[in-house]
Design a binder for this molecule. Sequence first.
Ligand code: AMP
Length: 418
Amino acid sequence: MATFKDLGLPNFLIETLDVLGYESPTRVQSAAIPEALLGKDILGVSQTGTGKTAAFLLPIITNLHKGRTRARMPRGLVLCPTRELAAQVMENFTTYSEKTKLSSALLIGGVSFKDQDKKLDRGVDVIIATPGRLLDHFSRGKLVMTGIEILAIDEADRMLDMGFIPDVTKILEKIPHARQKILFSATIGEEIEILTKKFLRNAHRIEISRSATVTKNVDQSLVFIDKLVNKKVNKSYFLVDYILKEKELTNAIIFCNRKKDVTQLTNIIKNKNYKAGEIHGDLNQEARTDVVKKFKNGDIKFLIASDVAARGLDITNVSHVINFDVPTNPEDYVHRIGRTGRAGKKGIAITLAQKADGPMIDNIQTLINEKINVTTFLLPSSNLVSKNNSTELNKLSKIPHDSEKPFLPDFLFTSFES
Ligand code: AMP
């Protein structure tokens, strides 16, 4: 197996990685770094959890650490689709570049321009930005992009989903064609292909299949809850009972498809005396950063999230990801469950599903090229949910409960008989 030294990285970076406990390069790092160090353009097809961030940051640091900073003329640029991902990449950059004099700025929306302006005026080597905010600074005359020597675009497919490709194109047009570009995307559709053909120079293509990446540490399961859901017993009852009964759960990120459900579910969980917080696109940056910090510190046990948080959150100790809803976009499933099982740890991902979700589950299984286990441990014996028990079920909504006791009566948790 290759070592970081074999990849051609300088000694100061090898020492930094050693301190971080990175024993050997991941597959995407082994494939991308030597080529990127030669100045080649890279097109990487690889998901979160594969070590792709270091695959573009380590070459950026290596290629730029000797040069000089100039006011308003960054030499390196990383574009990310979300503020969270950009902040995370910045955190990694700061860690990896510890032994260098490289300066950096995080240019994301939702925070004031003032501090960002100050940094740009002073001069920064590397900018990590979301496309909209970067263009805002550009149009205000705060930076020029002709000095950029190396550009990385992270999660290009997500840029596409979020409607950022026109902004990314505008940025690419401002950077001289001969400069080095690295683009990572979980999938390459037609539009990303067009973009790469136009702007990348004979790119070295790397494809790291998902199967050997994030999920090998993640135990995935699907729970079909149709039989118990009716007007009185809804999904949140299952969730609350599950988090109470699941012994291995130390903390969890719970994903909902809609923002309003995020808020509603957060309130339900808080009402059961659990420490919980919410994160979604309607919150300002300060609130988002604050809730992520609390979750990282263990001040809250549950982070209820929309897909805005599915990418970029790098928290090493998340025991569970719970999909309260099956994501409509199969890539989101991969990103959601990639929040657990990080850095070699084991993770559990459970998805609450109903029959109507069938086509979406098929799409997910096609994308990940595997079948997700259907688990029944949450489900009642089928005869208990037959008509004669419907009165029992209807009573459930009236059962008073607190976080000490299981919410659903135990008869509902005997083994499933098909
Ligand atoms: P990423 O795919 O960039 O989101 O990285 C996933 C996680 O793996 C992050 O927590 C990184 O810090 C960690 N990581 C990246 N490269 C390595 C490596 N070579 N050895 C161990 N951990 C790594």
